[in-house]
Design a protein around this ligand. Sequence first.
Ligand SMILES: [Zn+2]
Length: 198
Amino acid sequence: MSVEFAVDADGWVAAARKLPSPNFEARPAGAVPTLIVIHNISLPPNQFGGTAIAELFQNTLDCDAHPYYDSHLRGVRVSAHFVIHRDGALEQFVSCNERAWHAGPSNFFGRERCNDFSIGIELEGSDVVAFEAAQYRTLGALVSALKARYPVEALAGHADIAPGRKTDPGPHFEWQRLQNDTSLADRYFPYLKFSKTP
Ligand SMILES: [Zn+2]
């Protein structure tokens, strides 16, 4: 079952559920998205379903509702461009033309402030369980749509650009599967170790 998406000139995917976040700003002058950053998120940690991720990105999360929210998320202002839920459903919070707040302090081969030039995609998941086939289907289609609209040069995990500070998307994320699904050349995956020898 194939899925196809398109990104419009305003940076939105029409087929995504649109949940605008106030947590964004203009990209710096001249900055265009050349990097796609893959994350995982679950709220509360390791629990799937519910609306807490959207509430976090829209600044409406009730931080009294869970001890983790109280200790980690009070006053936090973050966002990502996209969230892909366990069933493959796609939500969009920020136009891809704008700068979302997903990567934090980060470094892509010497270039800092990755939010300036990246698009952030959150997979609902964690570092301890596999992602769902439906999530890979949506992700592959989304990456292809983004590449058709923007001069994307590379994909990276959050942990790749913020090592020591972040671990997502974690050991269960199948980079090779994403490459196969998107038919992108090795150069798009600068952190992937390719074993070309038989
Ligand atoms: Zn992350």
